[in-house]
Design a binder for this molecule. Structure first.
Ligand SMILES: *[C@@H]1O[C@H](CO)[C@@H](O)[C@H](O)[C@H]1NC(C)=O
Ligand SMILES: *[C@@H]1O[C@H](CO)[C@@H](O)[C@H](O)[C@H]1NC(C)=O
Ligand SMILES: *[C@@H]1O[C@H](CO)[C@@H](O)[C@H](O)[C@H]1NC(C)=O
Length: 659
């Protein structure tokens, strides 16, 4: 309403409009909702969930000595018929096994008694930071899980506790908590940090692994191309985020993880539209995450950049789901020194996930612990995953290597050579260096004519991804954006823009030709080089290795050339075209002199291992068996694979995070 109009209002219309204003307020207050509360407790930042886990009966007097903030008191629930005499030692264990629990929560303990006895109260001494007191209130067995809670004194409601961490590597784009209706909402908390989000993780004590819930309590980050119910996505593009509404459902791949108990803590950065980008110049819409290894200024690789940086940096995060079209899981896993998999193609639906190329897209994990890897693979790929976890596999005895060093001139080369030697010994097999072009020349299909692999497959990848993504993503995006912005075009980063422009130069027939090239290679590779075997305990005729990362520097403070089109054929494209599983294992790290720190810093060395199509379970099991044999190690989160502090965080970590 304009001012000139309002001047003409009579007293009567004025009072009417005031009345309607008041009734608007009362409508608004009916929708008043808590989005949670953040508190600081004994120097640790916590978030109190707005969603209650249940109620308990108690006498307020019993808790008079427990500290209180805005009507909430920190308490502990102990389930499972634990004897009163055992509570103290149980709680002491919790302070070491769960990063959320602290002794401060033991000022009041609700101990569930299985017999359904009347609540009994023992009013004890005041709580201390040192450990559990005898402030135990017994309650009837309830469904409220064990762990720390904030008790709303006025109602008796117990609210779950999240510990808050700073996303100092810039890996996340949104911090999320689950809502009771199966959706997600933003975590409404901010702890100190410089241009970084705050991520909340729920206490591990709330969750118990069962056959139905093998991922119970596993904290996971989700690449920002997987749509989640109740959440807007960006695909790494700000215009996209602002244009489209939140998704009304979670796609089946991620839903399987949720149903198995995984705890989603946030959406993570992807290079734009999952195309490959290098820090920093390519990352225009969002700043690239920081690789925690080495001097802290290495490129994270892409496109699952947030996934790789976060799993390498944060011990409070267990796993992240990325996607691999042309190396987007394997690259970040390699340069961040963690495990990562490109699975066999088409193991699970990618409905409600932004495509780069449905022909080549795969969902894969980045993870430190191979046991969690195995569990997550079993869940997400379901029936299509042939787990060998509970068996003794008959490992293939042919170890094919491509692009491997012949002499150990550098430490990285010696790490790779030592590994392949140990692997051969472990499986009782032999190492066979492969000359792929040579093999192709001998046994290529007639349809390939005279083409070498590098000529046949030179433009195959670039053609498929650009043709498919322009049709499936760009064209509808441009159309929708133009419709709501007077015919304008949205901003797009230079890399996707240059790739899409290449796709526009190609006729439709180029895409059909690219599919043929891919099939020719796939059928040849999967029959001549790495055919499956019928024995399920072996699955694959061989293990096919190529170097992944070799500790070389790729600093992000470099000016680069304008982006081009991803032409060419390389070892990394084999699994892309042949649809076979390609798993990255971290092997070690090597020192290299950083121009930034003027010190030697350690950078990861890793290997890629492929098996026949469908033999994903063989490769995950191999990681577990090689660990057990001491041939590889579980990498730690931190500045090095051994868990040294991240340079930027030196001093801080010891003071705060490890209470
Ligand atoms: C989500 O919204 C779309 C479009 O309104 C609708 O077609 C679809 O059925 C909805 N899906 C769910 C799971 O509600
Ligand atoms: C190993 O290093 C030596 C000395 O730097 C060099 O001459 C030789 O070519 C290298 N060999 C390989 C296989 O890289
Ligand atoms: C690959 O294709 C690009 C673009 O057509 C061309 O410039 C390049 O020379 C080709 N390389 C090979 C090995 O065929």
């Amino acid at each position: 309403m304009a001012i000139s109009d309002s001047r003409k209002l009579s007293a009567r219309t004025l009072s009417l409009s005031i009345l309607s204003f008041i009734s608007n307020i009362s409508t608004a207050s009916a929708a008043l909702a808590s989005t949670g509360l953040s508190v600081n407790f004994n120097d640790v930042n916590y978030y109190i969930s707005p969603f209650s886990s249940g109620k308990v009966d108690f006498k307020e007097k019993a808790l008079s000595k427990v500290p209180s903030v805005l009507g909430f008191k920190p308490v502990t629930v102990v389930q499972g018929g634990v004897a009163q005499k055992d509570v103290a030692s149980l709680i002491s264990t919790w302070t070491t096994t769960d990063d959320v629990y602290q002794a401060g929560f033991s000022g009041a303990i609700f101990l569930a008694e299985s017999g359904g006895k009347k609540p009994r109260m023992i009013i004890g001494r005041s709580p201390s930071k040192k450990g559990p007191s005898d402030n135990i209130v017994t309650i009837k067995d309830t469904k409220i899980p064990s762990g720390p809670y904030f008790l709303e004194v006025s109602t008796g409601s117990l609210y779950p506790v999240y510990r808050l961490y700073e996303d100092f590597t810039g890996s996340f784009v949104e911090s999320l908590i689950p809502t009771p209706d199966g959706k997600f909402q933003t975590l409404s908390a901010q702890t100190p940090g410089s241009a970084s989000l705050t991520i909340g993780v729920p206490s591990r004590l709330y969750f118990t692994k069962t056959d139905d819930k093998p991922l119970a309590g596993i904290r996971i980050g989700i690449k920002d191309i997987y749509r989640l119910a109740g959440v807007k996505g960006s695909n790494g593009n700000r215009a996209w985020y602002n244009l489209y509404a939140q998704s009304n459902y979670t796609g089946p791949a991620v839903q399987r993880l949720i149903d198995a108990g995984a705890q989603i803590v946030g959406l993570q950065k992807t290079s734009q539209f999952a195309n490959g980008e290098s820090a920093t110049s390519d990352w225009v819409d969002y700043h690239a995450p920081f690789n925690p290894r080495g001097d802290g200024y290495s490129d994270t690789s892409s496109s699952s950049s947030g996934a790789g940086a976060s799993v390498a940096a944060y011990d409070w995060l267990d796993i992240a789901i990325g996607s691999d079209t042309g190396g987007s899981v394997r690259g970040p896993a390699g340069v961040q020194g963690i495990f990562g998999n490109r699975p066999s193609h088409n193991l699970v639906s990618l409905d409600n996930v932004m495509p780069l190329s449905p022909t080549l897209d795969t969902p894969g994990f980045l993870v430190r612990d191979p046991q969690i890897w195995e569990a997550a693979n079993s869940v997400i790929y379901g029936k299509n995953y042939k787990s060998l976890a509970k068996t003794k596999p008959k490992y293939p005895q042919t170890i094919q290597t491509l692009n491997f060093p012949t002499v150990a001139n550098t430490t990285a080369q010696s790490i790779l050579l030592q590994f392949v030697e140990s692997l051969a010994k472990f499986v009782g097999g032999t190492v066979v260096p492969v000359n792929l072009e040579g093999e192709w020349a001998v046994s290529k299909p007639a349809e390939a004519g005279d083409a070498t692999l590098s000529t046949l497959l030179n433009t195959t990848y670039a053609t498929i991804i650009t043709k498919e993504q322009t049709a499936l993503v760009r064209d509808p995006f441009y159309k929708d954006y133009a419709a709501s912005h007077d015919g304008r075009r949205p901003f797009v980063n230079p890399v996707p823009l240059s790739r899409w422009a290449y796709g526009d130069t190609l006729p439709e027939s180029a895409l059909q030709a690219a599919y043929t090239q891919k099939s020719l290679f796939m059928n040849w590779f999967n029959s001549q080089i790495l055919p499956p075997v019928s024995d399920p305990a072996q699955c694959s005729s061989g293990l096919f290795l190529y170097p992944q990362s070799q500790g070389s520097q790729n600093p992000r403070n470099r000016y680069r050339n304008a982006p081009g089109v991803p032409f060419g054929f390389s070892a990394g494209r084999i699994s892309v075209f042949a649809e076979v599983p390609d798993h990255v294992y971290p092997l070690g790290e090597v020192a290299s002199f950083s121009q930034i720190t003027q010190h030697d810093e350690l950078l990861p060395v890793g290997v890629s291992i492929m098996a026949s199509k469908g033999c994903d379970g063989l490769l995950t099991k191999l990681a577990q068996d090689l660990l057990a044999a001491g041939i590889i190690k579980v990498p730690k989160a931190g500045g090095t694979l051994n868990g040294a502090s991240i340079l930027m965080r030196r001093g801080l970590e010891d003071a705060h995070d490890h209470q």
